[in-house]
Design a protein around this ligand. Structure first.
Ligand code: 5RP
Length: 236
């Protein structure tokens, strides 16, 4: 079960983020337990009459939002979003993120990239000085998976990282399949000293669909500590 203090911190960060939502906004909805808290609170405002249109970043998020009556689209009617609210597995002082713990990183990156603002909501456990303690998730094509794993290890080595590149499994031991029908690997690098360089090298590997380093995407982080809220970056 989730630690009740962390759960409460996630709820407070989500509550602060809901206040940023204005009538008529086009929103990106993230994935994970923190984003789910935001979606619950957003659903309550929609039930009171708030007019928004949202793009979900996973089938899980789509189902939650639809059940709450939140209007959804998959970019059919819009080309740009005003604001995306999402969680993260880690963020550093430059607001670089590791994402993908929930397996939704590709759609999360597409949605964040289409947004004027990406506000990350977290509890304090996600703040790090160096990314990488959380194993870096990478979505990979099923075809050529072993070659891609080797290419990832080589790219990592070139940036001073080392560690196992482990295919993700479900709780019942099956290969984890993303909403897009791909595999995921988790890279136990422990410390990513040069995230920008690693991100560029990973992006150049053909078998990688997308990696979980989000660089230059988050415009702000709302972090809930034990009692207080701290904002990093720029909140409009
Ligand atoms: C999903 C993600 C999540 O945002 C990340 O894993 C954080 O999840 P949580 O809010 O449950 O801690 O990247 O792909």
């Amino acid at each position: 079960m989730e630690n009740p203090n962390i759960d409460e911190a996630k709820r407070r960060a989500a509550a602060a983020a809901v206040k940023l939502v204005m009538p008529g906004m086009r929103l990106g909805l993230g994935t994970g337990s923190t984003a789910a808290q935001f979606i619950t609170l957003l659903g309550a405002r929609v039930a009171e009459g708030l007019d928004v249109i949202c793009v979900p970043t996973s089938e899980r998020t789509r189902a939650q939002a639809a059940a709450l009556g939140i209007p959804l689209t998959a970019f059919e009617d819009i080309d740009e979003l005003d604001l995306t609210i999402d969680g993260a597995d880690e963020f550093d002082p430059e607001l670089r993120l590791v994402k993908g713990g929930g397996g939704a990183l590709w759609r999360e990156k597409i949605v964040a990239s289409a947004s004027k603002q990406m506000v990350v909501i977290t509890d304090a456990s996600k703040a790090v000085t160096t990314l990488g303690k959380f194993p870096l998730p990478i979505e990979v094509s099923r075809f050529g998976m072993e070659a891609t794993r080797r290419a990832i290890a080589k790219a990592a080595e070139a940036t001073g990282c080392a560690g196992a590149v482990v295919p993700r499994k479900t709780a019942s031991g099956e290969a984890f399949i993303t909403d897009n029908g791909n595999y995921l690997v988790d890279c136990a690098f422990n410390a990513i000293g040069a995230p920008d360089d690693l991100a560029q090298r990973l992006s150049a590997i053909p078998g990688i669909v997308e990696h979980g380093l989000f660089i230059g995407l988050a415009t702000a982080v709302i972090m809930a500590g034990a009692e207080d809220l701290k904002n990093f970056g720029h909140l409009e």
